[in-house]
Design a protein around this ligand. Structure first.
Ligand SMILES: *[C@@H]1O[C@H](CO)[C@@H](O)[C@H](O)[C@H]1NC(C)=O
Ligand SMILES: *[C@@H]1O[C@H](CO)[C@@H](O)[C@H](O)[C@H]1NC(C)=O
Ligand SMILES: *[C@@H]1O[C@H](CO)[C@@H](O)[C@H](O)[C@H]1NC(C)=O
Ligand SMILES: *[C@@H]1O[C@H](CO)[C@@H](O)[C@H](O)[C@H]1NC(C)=O
Ligand SMILES: *[C@@H]1O[C@H](CO)[C@@H](O)[C@H](O)[C@H]1NC(C)=O
Ligand SMILES: *[C@@H]1O[C@H](CO)[C@@H](O)[C@H](O)[C@H]1NC(C)=O
Ligand SMILES: *[C@@H]1O[C@H](CO)[C@@H](O)[C@H](O)[C@H]1NC(C)=O
Ligand SMILES: *[C@@H]1O[C@H](CO)[C@@H](O)[C@H](O)[C@H]1NC(C)=O
Ligand SMILES: *[C@@H]1O[C@H](CO)[C@@H](O)[C@H](O)[C@H]1NC(C)=O
Ligand SMILES: *[C@@H]1O[C@H](CO)[C@@H](O)[C@H](O)[C@H]1NC(C)=O
Ligand SMILES: *[C@@H]1O[C@H](CO)[C@@H](O)[C@H](O)[C@H]1NC(C)=O
Ligand SMILES: *[C@@H]1O[C@H](CO)[C@@H](O)[C@H](O)[C@H]1NC(C)=O
Length: 415
């Protein structure tokens, strides 16, 4: 399955409003052979002192992060293999690995951040470069297998927390690519399937299941400085197929998202913006929009849904990061009043109703002029066509009348 490319946004919801970043690929090489490879999304929550108080910022591991070849290594007799990714002005994430021959694990995790970076740490009262280390990471896998964890994993490192999600990594690699055999982390292994009982179904928490046309919701995402950077409004309906506990078979279900029970989070970056909608119990939907800065066009490039509803036998996860929906231009919003179907995976599609979004270039909390979808334009054509047809009819009647009048006039003259 293409879960490896799952939108990193999943971490956002599950970790209280962290950023959604696309997976970063990092590898450590020695000569031509790769010894450590990691595809992951990471986000850091860092608390620091300002002159008057303390502040906490969410810092995503940007996709511009690169491996520091100077400090990374495949390990020697004295030292462990070490992956060091650097980003921004003097920030770094380090993972060191150890192995006992049958298992390998992350021996320690190092986070370094530079408080002089005032764009990331505004008003910090210190300009230190802070390094924090954690030696209890809990990431391990059998040797010659790839550690795989879609679920977000949060670790405390000093005064900071690091959240990984959608992570695939391997150290002590036998080849140059991640081993096809995967060790799936505990968080991703689904819960056991209890046989359906009456008691279970009556005490189960309510799933978001009112059908009919979904309620219209309005959502926005703010920047760190409090300005709105993404606007969206729509009614949303999941068309989802999953294995039902009560019916013991795969069912096709239509489920509406209830805006009043939905929390919004997300992240705005220069060329990527994410909207994450979370509805209890355990429904996390994320949209990723991508801006092409060459053409100044944007589109909806990724959708992922993570759901664990009471009637589901296993966690539901559907994700697609190569979508091409809702195309529009920078400085415009995208609008579609007609019902639209966005297919994500064979098991999931979304129906949207009266949708308007603007993921980039939002000024003063308002939608810019909309580019309407083809369906709306077609629907607008109907009154025009009807109008034109009526006008044509009137013209024909008028001409017929004039001709008739001329004929009768001519006939009168001949008498
Ligand atoms: C690495 O690969 C290149 C070409 O693929 C080859 O010429 C070179 O000898 C290789 N080096 C090592 C250390 O294997
Ligand atoms: C963490 O691992 C690196 C690389 O192996 C090592 O240099 C460093 O001393 C370790 N730190 C701690 C606190 O164990
Ligand atoms: C920390 O950030 C400041 C300002 O951005 C920069 O001048 C300095 O070189 C950085 N320190 C390191 C160790 O990269
Ligand atoms: C490696 O560590 C695991 C867990 O601690 C243990 O079960 C396994 O036997 C160890 N393997 C070797 C070869 O020591
Ligand atoms: C920054 O502020 C904290 C508490 O407000 C204080 O404990 C610390 O000494 C200050 N650091 C500097 C470098 O001024
Ligand atoms: C891992 O793979 C390498 C190369 O394929 C092989 O030599 C080694 O014995 C394997 N190790 C284990 C523990 O399976
Ligand atoms: C569910 O259905 C499968 C076959 O369709 C059957 O083997 C299994 O026993 C059923 N489980 C329950 C709890 O009814
Ligand atoms: C808020 O931050 C964004 C970028 O992060 C910037 O474009 C915008 O101008 C800032 N707004 C204010 C009022 O500072
Ligand atoms: C839901 O999806 C199924 C299968 O993709 C499709 O046949 C059905 O028409 C869809 N229903 C709605 C209301 O979109
Ligand atoms: C939304 O977030 C708030 C604060 O984090 C929380 O108290 C509330 O339960 C959340 N609501 C939903 C529907 O998730
Ligand atoms: C932007 O669009 C152009 C033209 O369609 C395309 O060639 C280019 O690869 C796109 N850039 C990105 C980053 O997708
Ligand atoms: C929601 O997710 C948490 C952790 O992933 C799990 O413990 C809990 O049982 C889930 N709730 C429901 C209603 O499935």
């Amino acid at each position: 399955m293409e879960l490896s490319h799952t939108v990193a946004a999943l971490l956002v919801a599950c970790c209280a409003g962290l950023g959604c970043i696309q997976a970063v690929t990092l590898d450590v090489k020695e000569g031509n052979s790769t010894c450590i490879k990691a595809e992951l999304s990471a986000s850091f929550s860092i608390t620091y002192d300002t002159i008057s108080s303390t502040r906490t910022v969410q810092v995503p591991l940007p996709d511009s992060a690169t491996v520091d070849t100077g400090s990374s290594s495949c390990g020697t007799d004295e030292s462990l293999p070490w992956l060091v990714a650097v980003f921004g002005p003097g920030h770094a994430l380090g993972l060191s690995f150890s192995s006992n021959g049958s298992l390998y694990s992350v021996a320690n995790l190092t986070l370094q951040y530079n408080l002089s970076d005032s764009a990331t740490f505004p008003e910090a009262n210190s300009s230190d470069v802070v390094t924090v280390v954690s030696a209890t990471v809990g990431i391990w896998a059998a040797i010659n297998t790839t550690y795989h964890c879609v679920s977000p994993v949060t670790l405390r490192v000093g005064g900071a927390t690091v959240t990984f999600s959608d992570m695939r990594l391997e150290a002590f690699m036998p080849g140059n690519d991640l081993s096809p055999t995967e060790s799936v982390c505990m968080a991703d292994t689904t819960t056991t399937t209890a046989p359906p009982t009456a008691a279970a179904s009556t005490t189960a928490a309510p799933a978001p299941t009112p059908s009919g046309t979904p309620e219209h919701g309005t959502y926005s995402v703010k920047n760190n400085n409090g300005t709105v950077c993404l606007l969206a409004q729509m009614g949303l309906q999941f068309n989802i197929s999953y294995v039902s506990k009560s019916q013991n078979k795969t069912v096709q279900d239509l489920v509406n998202l209830t805006p009043s029970q939905t929390n919004v989070s997300g992240l705005c970056e220069a060329s990527r913006a994410t909207l994450v909608l979370t509805e209890e119990p355990n429904t996390t939907l994320s949209f990723t929009f991508t801006l092409n800065s060459t053409t100044n066009k944007y589109h909806l490039s990724g959708i992922s849904l993570l759901a664990m509803w009471p009637d589901m036998t296993a966690r539901f996860l559907a994700s697609n990061t190569s979508l091409e929906y809702l195309r529009s231009s920078l400085g415009r919003s995208y609008m579609c009043n007609a019902e639209q179907t966005l297919i994500v995976e064979p098991t999931l599609s979304l129906n949207t109703f009266r949708l308007q979004v603007q993921p980039f270039g939002v000024i003063t909390d308002q939608f810019a002029t909309a580019e309407e979808c083809q369906m709306d334009q077609d629907q607008m054509l109907i009154p025009i066509i009807v109008g034109a047809a009526l006008a044509g009819l009137v013209l024909i009647v008028l001409i017929a009348y004039l001709i008739g009048r001329k004929r009768s006039h001519a006939g009168y003259q001949t008498i």
